[in-house]
Write a protein that binds this ligand. Sequence first.
Ligand SMILES: [Zn+2]
Length: 337
Amino acid sequence: MHPIHYPFGETTPADGQISAIRPDVLWLRMPLPFVLNHVNIWLLKDGDGWSCVDTGVTWDKSKAIWEKVLEDYPLSRQIVTHSHPDHVGLSGWLNAKTAAPLWMTQGEYLTALAHIHQIGNYSVDAMLALFKRHGLDEIRLDALKRRGNAMGVGCPILPKTYDTIREGCRFAIGTHEWEVIIGYGHAYEHASLYCADLGILISGDMLLPSISTNVPVSACYPNGNPLKDFLDSIRKFRHLPPDTLVLPSHGRPFIGIQQRVDFLEKHHQTRCDLVLSLCEQPQTACSIMTPLFNREINDAHQCQFAMGEAIAHLNYLEQQSLIAPFEKDSVCYFQRM
Ligand SMILES: [Zn+2]
């Protein structure tokens, strides 16, 4: 199998630098204040101005970069792929500054709002209760509690109104038509954008070249099956032409959708096989976390992703009747059937 190909080479632009993918499609690399150290923002020529896809997280470095970018690239619209703070974080700030309207799916807008305002099981307390039930120790629970509402910090405000995008809708950005492809499993209603005449897929977090997309179970849908949802969703990209250029939210632009989907299917199958063998003995999501990720996870930010994804693998296997849950001392264990 051919590896995926990076047509823009090995180098990545510096933080805040703008590179041209096409004359009317630009790549802006935005720094992030956590382990995943950058997010890619795409600027698409849109009449006299530019539409951006995603915005970056709220912190001073990103605001300073945007201040400079906006001098040369007036913003006419913001399209946000999903509700995670590195994507939607600065949409409220940008809207107040430029009046550029926000385009987003309803599922993602409402999810962002629920996290910011800590509504129902979208709260940190509900996440802690879910992770405790899945065996997470007090030290790491405490670290997550001290970290608090990361969404509220990374995205303190949203524009009060938005325009809804949904599966299959098509709209013009400048002289090109783009189509929305909805994906599940990473976020509730993630929007990727495809332009046939440019041969470009803006994949957001649904297809990344070098890291495996996080597929978390959340406290608001504890019995969800995001791993199945994710695998079903990325298979939809297989019908796109093989020479499609993929613009991902993290990492470099690449060509090779088929190879990447093949790799991710195998990757998750290997992980499921591992979890299944571990479940010869009773396991919790916490006890499979280190073998699943091949390292000890202590950082609160990473722990949130890893616990959510460990539960996702257990739910995936349980829903195929390969393992069964049982409860002991208010903790959920799983064992091979
Ligand atoms: Zn994301």
